[in-house]
Design a protein around this ligand. Sequence first.
Ligand code: SF4
Ligand code: SF4
Length: 327
Amino acid sequence: MRIPLITDIQHFSLQDGPGIRTTIFVKGCPLRCQWCHNPETQKPQQEMFYYSNRCVSCGRCAAICPGQASSLVKAAGKAAHLEVDRSKCLNCLRCTTTCLSNARGAAGQHLSMEAILREALADKLFFANSGGGVTLSGGDPLMYPEFVVELSRRLRAEGVHVAVETSCFPKQWTTVVPLLEHIGLFIVDLKSLDPGKHAEFTGWPLQPILTNLNHLFESDVAIRIHLPIVPGFNDSPEDFAAYADFLARHADRLDGVDILAFHAYGEGKYNALGRKDTYKFKGVEENPPEHVVPLARALKDRGVRNITVGGMVGVVRKKRTQHELAS
Ligand code: SF4
Ligand code: SF4
């Protein structure tokens, strides 16, 4: 079983599922959404962060860098400053343990299953009192289906509800099937219903996602949909109409829909990872909250329940009745 690197374990999350949750962010995702605000979770391997604004140009990293990717440069009449040439970086991560200024860091930590489980169970009491649990996010946890099954199985044995946040990308439905009996809630990010735009902006085809979603609708697992609304990508009246049409057809199978606004908080991370050229939303302004009101209204008018704008704060886990399951 492949245990993914973990980029973060966030306690007391209120927007990654019902109740108080601990969210585990795995590293690795096959999509490359151009607006992604967690670029450090995309590649499955460890990466070196360099935050130039924290660097005091002490030169400790340059002294040990085997690729000569880091060097102190001294211009006449000026203090020496550090320059990092990513094209020479061997990703050895030595600098991340040498820097005393926190200017360097490694994205992604190796943790054992036991360590992850220990951390995930630390807030078990809060889960019980709030209807919360653990959410596996990323990245995309479905990159590691065996890990998800094993971790979920062990969490459920402790009475902990498990949600998984995913784009539902696998090209084979059989990859998703083993998860069904272990996951209490699938939170599916639906980035666009336009196949051309989906492929262009995420680097991944829409069809397998729709196929998997339709299988999920036919199963009896709980499903919430996340709609990340991104300026110039999926925020037109046509996009909103397509979402309303599609989700209305499955309204009785949805625990709810969360409309999430774009923000550009990830830009600094692209710079720190040496990938600023891949961030295409530099300087793009967030939509005002009222921009998504027509979408929320269209969904509500078409029978979709439990719609939130901005997250799930206050949402209580819904218990599906036998009647609903049968209908
Ligand atoms: S990670 Fe790159 S910059 Fe840092 S020490 Fe290794 S080669 Fe040098
Ligand atoms: S060790 Fe840290 S503070 Fe010193 S030059 Fe390198 S990155 Fe900057």
